[in-house]
Design a protein around this ligand. Structure first.
Ligand code: RM4
Ligand code: MN
Ligand code: MN
Length: 432
C-alpha cells in the first residue's frame, strides 16, 4: 500500500477531486431548499467554516476503563507525537486549530520548542488542564484524600503550586485559560464535612486566581461523581457558579456534557449560565449513563442540537461575556481516536448548522402565541434537515477534506504510525 501524508494539501486536493461534482450538486440543491425558507446557505457555510473546537492531547491516545485498555496500533508516545496526530485532524477537518494540554501528562522541559513544533503544524494551544486527581512519580504528598480541598494545608499548597505551574507553562505556549477539574470528594457519608470542603476549595482556588494573568480565564469544571462516589466537592453547576461568582470576573463555569445525571436538562443549564454571564466553555462528548465519554453526537444528537440552539440564541442576542471555549473530551476505547475526533468535530458543526437554520422569527411568534406544537416543529425542522453538504462545503472552502475519514484511511497514516511508533505493552487499567 502506498502511503501519503494526510496533512499535505496536494493529497487532500486529490482525495477531494472525485467528490467535488457530487458536492456541488448536493450543495446547490440544499441551497434552493433553504432559500425557500429564507435562509442564505452561504452565510451558514461561512459561520460553520468559522467554528472551532480544541482537541484534548489525551484524546489522541486509545482510552480505557478501570477494567482495562486495548491499545491501538501506532499510538502517540509523547506530546510531540500527539501534536502530529492533532495536525492530521486539523488539516483534514479544518475545524480544530488548537490543542488542550493536560499537565503533567504533557509536561516537557522546553515549552518554547513545543510551541514552535505546534506552529509548524498550524496549531496553537487552548486551555491548560491541571491534574491533581492522581499522584505522579516523585510527588512528595499524596492526593489520595483530595487535592485543593484536602484537610492538610500542605497538600492544598502542593495542588495550588501545580496549578501555578500550569499557568506558567501555558504562558509560554500562548494559552489563555486554565481549566480546573478536581476529583476531590468522599466515598462515605460522614467522611468529609461538606461545607468545610467547599470553603477549602474557595480558599485554594482564590490563590490560583491571584496568579492568573489579566488576559486569562479560569474555567471551573463540575462533575457529579467519580472518582468520589458519594459526594464530590464541585458536583454541579450550582457549586461551580457559586465559586465562580465568589472568585472574580475572570472565573467561568465549564460544562462537560458527560458530567450530569442521566436526563438532566443540560441546555437549561447552558441557558442559565449564559444569563449569569459565566458560561466559560464546553467539554463535548456523549453519554448514556454517566461520564461515559462517548463520541459527541453518537448517542443523543438531539440533545447536542438543543445545546447549540441555546448557543445560537446567545450569539444572536449578543449576550454579554459570551465567548465559550469549545473542546472535545472523550475516551476512544474501540475506534481509531483520530477518526472519532474528526467525526465528533463534524457532529458539533452539524448541530451548529442545524441550530443556525432555525426560523427564529416564526419560533418567536409561535412561542408568544402559545402554539406549542408549531414551536416544537419549527425547532425540529432545523434538526431534521440534512446539513451535510454545508459541512463538506465549509471544509472544501478551507482546503480541508470533503470526506475526512475516507481521506485519512486512504493515506494509510495509522499504518505509518504503527511502523514508526512501536507499541508499549500495557495491561493495566487506565482512566483515559
Ligand atoms: C474528567 C474531566 C476532566 C478531564 C479528565 C481526564 O472526568 O472530564 O475534564 O481532564 O476527566
Ligand atoms: Mn472534562
Ligand atoms: Mn469527564
Amino acid at each position: 500500500m502506498a502511503f501519503a501524508d494526510p496533512r499535505d494539501a496536494n493529497f487532500i486536493a486529490s482525495a477531494n477531486h472525485p467528490l467535488a461534482a457530487d458536492l456541488a450538486s448536493d450543495y446547490s440543491h440544499l441551497g434552493e431548499q433553504l432559500s425557500r425558507r429564507g435562509v442564505n446557505i452561504d452565510e451558514i457555510t461561512n459561520a460553520v467554516a468559522g467554528f472551532k473546537v480544541a482537541i484534548p492531547s489525551w484524546g489522541v491516545g486509545t482510552g480505557g476503563t478501570r477494567f482495562g485498555r486495548f491499545p491501538g496500533a501506532g499510538e502517540p508516545r509523547n506530546v510531540f507525537e500527539k501534536l502530529d496526530d492533532c495536525g492530521v485532524i486539523s488539516k483534514l477537518t479544518g475545524a480544530t486549530p488548537t490543542v488542550s494540554l493536560h499537565i503533567p501528562w504533557d509536561r516537557t522541559d522546553d515549552y518554547k520548542a513545543l510551541r514552535e513544533y505546534a506552529a509548524r503544524h498550524g496549531l496553537g494551544f487552548d486551555a491548560m488542564n491541571s491534574n491533581t486527581f492522581q499522584d505522579q512519580p516523585g510527588q512528595p504528598l499524596s492526593y489520595k484524600y483530595g487535592s485543593l480541598t484536602h484537610t492538610d494545608p500542605a497538600v492544598r499548597a502542593q495542588a495550588v503550586a501545580h496549578n501555578l505551574d500550569c499557568i506558567e507553562a501555558g504562558k509560554q505556549l500562548g494559552s489563555k485559560a486554565l481549566t480546573v477539574w478536581i476529583g476531590d470528594g468522599a466515598n462515605f457519608p460522614g467522611q468529609s464535612h461538606l461545607g468545610r470542603a467547599f470553603d477549602r476549595y474557595l480558599e485554594s482556588t482564590a490563590s490560583i486566581y491571584q496568579a492568573l494573568p489579566d488576559d486569562w480565564r479560569m474555567f471551573l469544571e463540575h462533575k457529579m461523581y467519580e472518582p468520589a462516589f458519594y459526594a464530590t466537592v464541585i458536583q454541579d453547576w450550582g457549586s461551580s457558579l457559586l465559586a465562580a461568582r465568589e472568585l472574580g470576573p475572570k472565573t467561568f463555569c465549564l460544562v462537560d456534557l458527560g458530567h450530569h445525571a442521566p436526563n438532566v436538562n443540560i441546555e437549561m443549564i447552558v441557558s442559565r449560565l449564559v444569563h449569569a454571564q459565566r458560561l466559560g466553555g464546553f467539554h463535548f462528548n456523549d453519554s448514556k449513563y454517566g461520564d461515559d465519554d462517548l463520541d459527541a453526537g453518537s448517542v443523543a444528537p438531539f440533545r447536542l442540537f438543543l445545546v447549540f440552539n441555546e448557543l445560537v440564541e446567545a450569539e444572536l442576542a449578543k449576550a454579554p461575556n459570551f465567548s465559550p471555549a469549545h473542546m472535545l473530551d472523550q475516551s476512544h476505547n474501540v475506534t481509531d481516536p483520530i477518526e472519532s475526533l474528526m467525526t465528533s468535530a463534524i457532529e458539533l458543526q452539524r448541530a451548529y448548522a442545524q441550530a443556525l437554520i432555525i426560523d427564529r422569527k416564526a419560533l418567536h411568534q409561535y412561542r408568544i402565541g402559545n402554539d406549542a406544537l408549531m414551536a416544537a416543529q419549527t425547532l425540529k425542522r432545523g434538526f431534521t434537515t440534512d446539513v451535510s453538504p454545508i459541512l463538506a462545503q465549509a471544509r472544501a472552502s478551507k482546503g480541508a477534506a470533503i470526506d475526512p475519514v475516507a481521506a485519512y484511511r486512504k493515506s494509510g497514516y495509522r499504518a505509518q504510525c504503527g511502523e514508526k511508533r512501536p507499541s508499549k505493552q500495557s495491561f493495566g487499567g487506565g482512566i483515559v
